[in-house]
Design a protein around this ligand. Structure first.
Ligand SMILES: [Zn+2]
Length: 870
């Protein structure tokens, strides 16, 4: 019945279109509606438009209307062109450059008086950025974009005209590869028993769902394209990122967000979000679209989302989560499907029109997305001048604030443990629009003297709060103290004992994750500084002849050099102990390259390209030969973003590798083909059992099975190295019966009621490394690690299978928390964070924390690299 109803609604829609054709023939008679181009209406049951179709349709609109233009913004990880559309009135489209310039000037603040800012705000247009499809399995947003473009270009209702005249819409497809893959996967399965099956591979080449956790560091090419366009070209007033995972049974999640609030935001951002969210809520209920919920579940304390990172660049950034069943498959819900707390349909301030159940189709989700997008555009049109001036005001306030209060600057000394990684951090800051300077002469800051050339980020600049938010050691607020702040929680909670968990990480501090030394300056800074556009870090080969080339293992880039040398057929040894040569001291693990078959010119090229200081000198007596390892990286059908990030890192540092899948693991003979097998962070069950029969097309069912487990053990016993990452360690411990266990197992959850004794949502913790262990070569004795759903090991007496563990890294008997939240520190102290074991001729390396979590902790990548050579 409902199916019929929806069909007749669509028919009515088409009839209305025809009616408008007659009366507004000159305006858009020649404009093709999306259903005519696609052959189905946007959001129709069982139909998804692909990215290629989306591009084709927007290109067609571009030809048919002066109100829309398509631009390319770079390529995706898989090489597709990434496009965006600009939509505005005919008049506005003629002066896009001018409006872009106004946005940029107001964002950058510099050189503007208040009067000039007000004038620019009066003249400018509200640039609104709407992006769709970052999470590709959340289909409705990307589909709705086609309808949105058509409606905005063609509709002549007063509200739409207001929007067209006052705003410039930047419509961005954030994940083209994913949109194409998901549509392809769904089309293959529609009408089969696997219609709603999850896709068995990542919907971004490397990151999958984590593509929305990359914004503050910009590892992915898609993120870089977005950042450059967002901060470097358009500087919109509002960013709206569409998602599709509403807290059930709500039909859409809209701002205001849940607590906690990031303390590094200008209050106008928060007010702006709340204002927009309220306007959206009003629009939903005005249109009779029930079930919009706020203040629940999603917080924005983590600055790495695309929809939180924009805030630091004076873009009021919001997101919504529309309800999703599965792709384009409809579903009927009754109240009995609801969680108990929602069944009485009690209205509340942040959920005033509880959804009562019924059909939920892709078209319904598309309609909700359309209401959301149009409401955001509408409020931006109404508040055009306010928002433009507000953008300037926020920047101006921040510049003024840090001219008179600390921190006055951040200093990044040239003298670093890993210089090129420090330069990388600065490059990423520059990419995001942060102004970075270099000292012309030596200077004093907080009583410490720094040489000429030192990098400085003064805080008296408009986007300074971003630097503060990602540099400082920020402790996650302890909201157990403030139960009143929890308003908006729908389910009953134990306020007294419970803590309010973050939606994502609780701590992130990039300098700690990257192993880069930065100094906060708390007294006004006097130094002669020049602005830089890039970091020029020299590299050279020492001016000596004879002996071998020496490369320090402290630098991540050394491993790239090593891989290039090995690829060229070079002969490389690794020093077992620290030694002195060529007038310098070298740590254990130093790479020694025989000069007989590698020319000086090649080495000089490496030094320059990778900013390495390559030494020349006599090698120490004790060194062992290393070869290019044959690396296998396990890839499950239960797609793992951790696997994707690991692949990304291996490629960045030029490690050759092969992905091995379940069939190969089950077949065996692994040792003949590989030297190292890497297991990413995933549960033992996902590895061994995979997808249950009947849930997926047969080729994706099952895991490595018992045969695979046995083959892994044989692989190790025959001399292979198994490297398990973070939560993947549990698999290795259990299946190879290693003499170790996870000390956190019993205390992590509230067993037998009460509050859990140990809580640590993704946080940066202090670690002690053992640089004498080959897996910790090149590491400092003290550093930081990303604890994210991690185990902590304790060793058991040798039990026959595997010899006693050796410690690679441990949690010191000290204050462990650097950034984030940690309850129950005592359960971690003196526990082992990374260890190795011998098993017959082979080895097992457990890297029991996020050494490469989301490819952000550059400071601990070396543990993975060394493990590959171990
Ligand atoms: Zn999402």
């Amino acid at each position: 019945m409902s199916e019929l109803k929806t069909r007749s609604k669509t028919a009515a829609g088409i009839a209305a279109c025809a009616f408008l054709f007659i009366f507004a023939a000159t305006a858009f008679a020649d404009i093709t509606p999306p259903e005519k181009f696609l052959g189905f209406s946007v959001g129709a049951d069982y139909h998804l438009a692909t990215y290629d179709q989306a591009v084709g349709y927007l290109r067609l609109l571009e030809k048919e209307s002066p109100r829309l233009k398509v631009f390319e913004m770079g390529k995706t990880g898989m090489g597709r062109p990434m496009i965006y559309a600009v939509i505005a009135s005919d008049e506005t489209m003629k002066s896009l450059d001018r409006y872009r310039e106004i946005s940029r000037k107001l964002a950058l603040v510099e050189g503007l008086t208040d009067g000039q800012a007000r004038q620019l705000a009066a003249e400018g247009k509200a640039v609104v950025w709407i992006d769709v499809g970052i999470h590709a399995s959340e289909c409705a947003p990307a589909q709705h974009a086609l309808q949105l473009a058509y409606d905005l270009v063609t509709d002549d209702a007063a509200d739409t005209k207001l929007v067209r005249d006052n705003t410039i819409l930047i419509l961005v497809f954030a994940n083209p590869d994913g949109m194409e893959m998901i549509a392809d996967w769904y089309r293959k399965n529609v009408g089969t028993p696997f219609e709603t099956a999850p896709m068995p591979y990542l919907y971004n080449r490397y990151a999958g769902h984590d593509d929305n956790r990359d914004s503050y560091i910009n590892n992915l090419i898609e993120t870089q394209n977005i950042t450059r366009l967002l901060n470097g070209v358009w500087s919109p007033v509002v960013l709206y990122d569409h998602h599709q995972t509403a807290p059930f049974p709500a039909r859409i999640w809209i701002p205001p967000a849940a607590e906690p609030t990031n303390p590094n935001l200008h209050p106008l951002f928060i007010r702006g979000k709340n204002l927009i969210g309220s306007a959206m809520g009003y629009a939903f209920d005005r249109e009779g679209k029930d079930g919009a919920i706020s203040r629940f579940q999603f917080d924005f304390i983590y600055p790495g989302y695309e929809d939180s990172f924009g805030d630091f660049f004076h873009i009021i950034s919001i997101m919504t989560e529309t309800a999703l069943y599965s792709y384009a498959t409809p579903r009927f819900y009754t109240i009995r499907d609801f969680p108990e707390d929602y069944r009485d349909l009690t209205p509340s301030v942040f959920y005033p029109s509880p959804w009562k159940g019924g059909w939920w189709r892709l078209r319904d989700a598309v309609e909700y997305c359309l209401t959301g997008s149009k409401a955001v555009l509408h409020i931006a049109a109404l508040y055009r001048e306010e928002f433009l001036y507000g953008k300037y005001k926020m920047g101006k306030d921040i510049v003024a604030r840090f001219a008179k209060e600390p921190p006055y600057a951040w200093i990044i000394p040239r003298e670093q443990w890993d210089g090129p990684t420090a330069a990388l951090l600065i490059e990423r800051m520059l990419m995001q629009g942060i102004k970075v300077f270099q000292a012309e002469k030596a200077f004093l800051a907080d009583g410490v003297s720094y040489p000429a050339g030192t990098w400085v980020i003064p805080m008296s600049q408009p986007f300074a709060l971003f630097v503060k938010a990602v540099f400082e050691e920020m402790l996650y607020p302890d909201l157990t103290k403030y139960p009143d702040l929890w308003q908006g929680i729908v389910s009953p909670q134990n306020f007294r004992d419970a803590y309010l968990p973050p939606y994502d990480l609780a701590g992130w501090s990039l300098p700690y994750q990257m192993g880069v030394k930065v100094m906060r300056v708390d007294t006004p800074l006097k130094a002669s500084l020049i602005e830089i556009r890039k970091t020029e870090l020299p590299g050279a080969v020492a001016e000596r002849s004879g002996g071998s080339y020496l490369i320090s293992p402290k630098t991540n880039n050394s491993y790239t050099a090593l891989n290039r040398i090995l690829k060229k057929g070079g002969e490389v040894m690794r020093a077992k102990d620290a030694f002195s040569a060529g007038g310098k001291s070298w740590p254990a693990g130093t790479f020694i390259v025989r000069s007989s078959n590698i020319g000086r010119e090649f080495m000089a090229g490496l030094a320059k390209d990778l900013s390495l200081e390559i030494g020349v000198g006599d090698p120490p007596a004790s060194a062992s030969r290393i070869k290019s390892p044959r690396i296998a990286l396990y890839k499950a059908w239960r797609a793992s973003a951790d696997e994707g990030w690991t692949r990304w890192i291996l490629e960045q540092y030029e490690f050759p590798y092969i992905n091995v899948e379940n069939a190969e693991m089950r077949a065996g003979s692994l040792r003949n083909k590989y030297d190292v097998l890497v297991i990413p962070a995933m549960s033992a069950d996902a590895i061994v059992s995979g997808y249950a029969p009947g849930t997926m097309p047969p080729q994706y069912v099952g895991g490595i099975g018992d045969a695979g487990v046995l083959n892994i053990e044989t692989f190790v016993r025959e001399g292979g190295t198994l490297v398990a990452l973070n939560s993947g360690c549990q698999f290795a411990i259990e299946k190879l019966s290693l003499p170790a266990g996870d000390a956190l197992r019993g205390v992590r959850s509230a067993q037998g009621g009460g509050a859990p004794e140990f809580i640590c949502p993704g946080s940066v913790l202090r670690l002690a490394f053992n640089p004498k262990h080959p897996v910790a070569y090149g590491m400092p004795e003290r550093g930081a690690g990303m604890f994210n759903n991690s185990p902590a090991f304790q060793f058991y007496p040798d039990s026959g299978a595997g010899k006693g563990g050796e410690i690679i890294a441990s949690y010191p008997d000290d204050t462990l928390l650097i950034s984030g939240y940690l309850k129950g520190e005592k359960f971690l102290r003196k526990k082992v964070a990374a260890a190795s074991f011998m098993l017959d001729k082979g080895k097992v390396v457990l890297l029991g924390f996020g050494v490469q979590n989301r490819a952000q902790p550059y400071g601990t990548f070396k543990l993975l690299f060394n493990a590959l050579f171990y």
